[in-house]
Ligand binder design. Structure first.
Ligand code: NAD
Ligand code: DAU
Length: 352
């Protein structure tokens, strides 16, 4: 049994689905079901005895203690977080609470549980912390990609909160010996991506004939990785990563935002042509994100060389699968576009 936190979110739900598609080891899934958590992502697991869902908060120490004592997991894979940079700019408090306090609470509960284990159970226990490339800050055009040795230079409330959580995880290993591994991954995309992040927002806005809001000059660069490749990277590190080490995960796929948007538009032109004309007509440049990081890029050689991990998808194959998934799952999109989603759109875009 493994304990997954945040397993109803975008990456967490993909991870749970992939895990149970490849193994019969049960998953205990703890998620607070914030705006980003969605049990519909896990609908295919209904009635599957290998998956136990618990609606709860990682800041609730009593609950975590009780879950660990009852279910005796051999590992914790920690996804739960506030994850959206724009939301962290509008309201950083929730990020400090979940990403910093929540990780601290989980580490303390894991430490107490692990210290009570014996023999092989103790030696084999793992705390896998899922983090981001944003902790390294922003690269200049000619800088080499982020390596695990890069200094931490987080620039947004979100990345600062994730950096803080990474530091806590590191310290719990060095001070208490907690067997931890950390992964720092680049931008994910794929099925079940909440449509307020760049790629799904562009797909759903285009289909609705709405403007495609590109921040600033659209020349910001991100490295994009298909979500299932992130999941396979996490499985590789959980199985074989060296204790206390961090591993960068990326797709060797740097692209400017405007190019991503144009690729999405041309795939939609092919797969769901619009009589009104090419979807790129909807591209609208809007006021930039404050403190917007200019470029991220990942040097993934450590995980490749130590653990033999490689992404299975190219951007071309992954983005086509993604657009096809959104076209085939319009009911999922309609369901997540609730009243709360509309409130966010007016908070983030009305004054731009
Ligand atoms: P997400 O926002 O889609 O999902 C987060 C999940 O955590 C949701 O299901 C939410 O309900 C849950 N959650 C939030 N607060 C909680 C709390 N206090 N207690 C329990 N559950 C809580 O996020 P995501 O994009 O799936 O990201 C998952 C993890 O991966 C995060 O730690 C994020 O920092 C990291 N990450 C994301 C990306 C990316 O591109 N999305 C890239 C690298 C790393
Ligand atoms: O790098 C990994 C990170 O990637 C993760 O840690 C975060 O959890 C995840 O949300 C993502 O952060 P970004 O800020 O890069 O993702 P987002 O989809 O919000 O934005 C991607 C880029 O697109 C970014 O440069 C901002 C830009 N953008 C975004 C939105 C929502 C726009 O131009 N227009 C938009 O409307």
């Amino acid at each position: 049994m493994i304990l997954v936190t945040g397993g109803a979110g975008f990456i967490g739900s993909n991870f749970v689905l992939d895990w149970l598609a490849q193994s019969d080891e049960p998953v205990l899934n703890l998620d607070a079901l914030t705006y980003a958590g969605n049990l519909a992502n896990l609908a295919s697991l209904q009635g599957d005895a290998r998956h136990t869902f618990v609606h709860g908060d990682i800041c609730n120490r009593e609950l975590i203690d009780q879950l660990l004592a009852t279910h005796r997991p051999r590992a914790i894979v920690h996804f739960a977080a506030e994850s959206h940079v724009d939301r962290s700019i509008h309201g950083p408090g929730a990020f400090m609470k979940t990403n910093v306090d929540g990780t601290f609470t989980l580490l303390e509960a894991a430490r107490a549980y692990w210290q009570g284990l014996e023999g092989e159970a103790k030696a084999g226990f793992r705390f896998h912390h899922v983090s981001t490339d944003e902790v390294y800050g922003s690269l200049k055009p000619t800088d080499p990609p982020f390596a695990e040795t890069n200094p931490y230079e987080p620039n947004s409330p979100y990345s600062a909160s994730k950096a803080a959580s990474d530091h806590l995880v590191r310290a719990w290993h060095h001070t208490y010996g907690l067997p931890v591994v950390t992964t720092n991954c680049s931008n994910n995309y794929g099925p079940y991506h909440f449509p307020e992040k760049l790629i799904p927002l562009m797909i759903v806005n285009a289909l609705a004939g709405k403007p495609l809001p590109v921040y600033g000059d659209g020349q910001q660069i991100r490295d994009w990785l298909y979500v299932k490749d992130h999941c396979s990277g996490i499985r590789a590190v959980l199985a074989g990563g060296r204790l206390g080490e961090t591993y960068n995960i990326g797709g060797w796929n740097e692209q400017a935002n405007i190019d991503i948007v144009k690729i999405v538009c041309s795939l939609l032109d092919e797969l769901r042509p619009d009589a009104a004309g090419p979807y790129s007509r909807l591209i609208t440049y809007v006021t930039d994100r404050p403190g917007h990081d200019r470029r991220y890029a990942i040097d993934a050689r450590k995980i490749e060389q130590e653990l033999g991990w490689r992404p299975a998808e190219t951007f071309q194959t992954g983005i086509r699968k993604t657009v096809e998934w959104y076209l085939a799952n319009e009911a999922w999109v309609a369901e997540v576009q609730s009243g709360a989603y509309k409130d966010w759109l007016s908070t983030n875009y009305q004054a731009r």
